[in-house]
Design a protein around this ligand. Structure first.
Ligand code: 16G
Ligand code: MG
Length: 543
């Protein structure tokens, strides 16, 4: 295998000696200045993956909700899903190979996967609005070009738009037109049709306040706004015209701080939402008449969407298997509501979109959301066909109408990955169709008070978990200690897991009151600190 051109170009993207990085939960992520070689090499890997799958592959340059100085890269597989886990190992090996090892590492991947280097390949490249992203995406293109691959630079796009484009290309347009324009058209058409099906609620949804995290989501939603008028009027905040990306704003800030972003003045009852830095996450919120802040996170969104779908299915007498997939972070109230009131089966997957996505694929209809606002709904081919058939052949007007609504939901939701813009439109449509205000949506079930903490330990790998991260099996004694503490509190639950993106151990606790949730989180934090090798000062209770 001759890789001279590759090695020659690689010299222009030299790896800082000794630097090691890992393809983590959502690709590589670190300070932007350490990523040039990683970008070049991910360009190479994308071409190998494309030849291997005989399909187009996506490369997205973004570090999502991380600070502006960071950057990162994730690869998108043929159907718009995240890179297959077996290939994450290749990605890590390739990123960490020293210059003189590069040829061997590449040759090994080619051999191991029996890649035909004569096979055509195609790469779609996208990037977020970080100042470093443009140069880094050029490095990706350098990698792609050094293997003589075809490519298209989509420039500034949201992560879900790139996933959408890849899926469209690889299904020969069956999923939609493979362009950002095609995305706007597909979604806005489904949205309009859905809104028009509202019985007697008028056809305008009023104003929605959107915090764009000063990122790509604001930019793209502004482009799309003309397609959504006059149905939805949007007031933009943190649109990138002055503030810094993700700084005191965005979905992650709002979820973690449990408060509104800077720069957004809310009057009681006003409907607001926040995107994250690459617009694949969304959370909603409002202030009540006593000016108390209320967050409607991924759990509330999953409940709204799955309840709506379930109601339509029952009107259609359609017996398909639907389930909701959550993670250990899902509020216990949401799980109870779904299982006990809505009678929807709920499954728990490990943290990280790829795990939820895979689990959701096992059902005819799988709705998945992480509490942090990352999620979507997946429809199997069989379910989709059945629904489409009923649009025309349904025995009653009600069946045909419900099927039509569900078909529009299918077209509106981005089935390739969680998508802030698409999820937002689905939520807006459902609220409108059901005549729900944001308060009424919030009142469907009350969240249990909860608290998240993190603690530094010498090596977070000493903690091993099982049961979708809900229990620890190592270090010895930790789970027993957690069980003992949890027993003292009412409606309580707690777990500890090593982060997949940061060098910390995370703690989650929920209980009947905020004081108890805080105390429980603190005690569990202390247990992890003492049994898993905490470093630095012992964690202090919340003030
Ligand atoms: C990544 C994941 C997100 C997950 C988070 C957990 C994707 C696209 N993103 O941001 O889903 O919730 O990691 O981080 O998969 P942690 O392991 O540090 O808690
Ligand atoms: Mg993101």
């Amino acid at each position: 295998m001759h890789l001279e051109a590759v090695l020659k170009s690689s010299a222009r993207h030299a790896k800082p000696a000794g630097l090691t990085l890992q393809y983590g939960t959502a690709g590589f992520r670190t300070k932007a200045e350490h990523l040039d070689h990683v970008m070049y090499r991910m360009g190479l890997l994308a071409v190998l993956r494309s030849k291997n799958t005989k399909s187009g592959i996506g490369v997205m340059v973004t570090a999502s909700h991380n600070p502006e100085e960071d950057n990162g890269v994730k690869l998108v597989d043929p159907m718009g899903e995240m890179l297959a886990q077996e290939w994450e190992v290749y990605a890590t090996n390739l990123a960490n190979a020293e210059e003189h090892e590069l040829q061997t590492v590449l040759t090994n991947i080619i051999k191991q996967e029996s890649i035909n280097m004569q096979q055509e390949s195609f790469i779609a490249i996208g990037r977020d609005t970080r100042p470093s992203s443009e140069n880094l995406s050029r490095s990706v293109i350098d990698g792609v070009s050094s293997l003589d691959s075809k490519f298209q630079d989509y420039g500034l796009v949201t992560t879900p738009q790139l996933h959408y484009v890849i899926c469209c290309r690889n299904t020969n347009g069956a999923y939609g037109e493979p362009s950002v324009e095609g995305y706007y058209q597909k979604l806005s058409k489904a949205f309009k049709e859905l809104i028009q099906q509202a019985p007697g609620h008028g056809s305008e949804l009023g104003c929605l306040r959107v915090d764009g995290a000063n990122g790509i989501g604001a930019l793209k939603l502004k482009d799309m706004e003309q397609y959504l008028q006059p149905m939805l009027s949007i007031q933009f905040f943190n649109d990138g015209s002055k503030g810094k990306l993700n700084y005191m704003c965005g979905a992650d800030y709002v979820k973690v701080q449990q408060k509104a972003p800077e720069g957004l003045d809310m009057k009681p009852g006003e409907r607001c939402c926040s995107f994250d830095g690459d617009a694949d996450r969304i959370v909603y919120y409002y202030n009540d008449h006593d000016n108390h802040f209320h967050l409607l996170d991924g759990d509330k969104i999953a409940t709204l969407i799955s309840t709506f779908i379930k109601e339509l299915l029952s009107k259609m007498n359609l017996n398909v298997k639907m389930a909701v997939v959550q993670t250990a972070y899902a509020n216990g109230s949401s799980t109870r509501y779904l299982e006990e009131v809505m009678k929807v089966p709920v499954y728990c997957a490990k943290t990280g979109v790829k795990h939820l996505h895979h689990k959701a694929q096992e059902f005819d209809i799988g709705v998945y959301f992480e509490a942090n606002g990352h999620g979507t709904a997946l429809f199997s081919k069989t379910a989709e066909d059945q629904i489409k058939r009923l649009v025309h052949t349904g025995a009653t007007e009600e069946i045909r109408k419900s099927a039509q609504m569900l078909e529009n939901v299918i077209n509106l939701i981005n089935q390739t990955v969680g998508d802030a813009i698409s999820d937002m439109l689905v939520i807006e449509a459902i609220l409108h169709l059901k005549g729900l205000t944001i308060q009424k949506w919030d009142e469907i079930y009350p969240d249990l008070p909860n608290r998240q903490l993190k603690v530094k330990v010498a090596d977070r790998r000493v903690i091993e978990t099982t049961d979708a991260e809900r229990r620890t099996i190592k270090p010895p004694g930790l789970q027993e200690k957690i069980d003992e503490i949890v027993k003292i509190y009412n409606l309580a639950r707690a777990f500890v897991r090593p982060s997949g993106t940061e060098d910390v151990v995370r703690i989650y606790a929920e209980a009947d009151t905020q004081v108890n949730a805080d105390a429980l989180a603190h005690e569990v934090c202390l247990a992890a600190f003492s049994l898993a090798g905490g470093v630095g000062d012992q964690p202090q209770p919340l003030p």
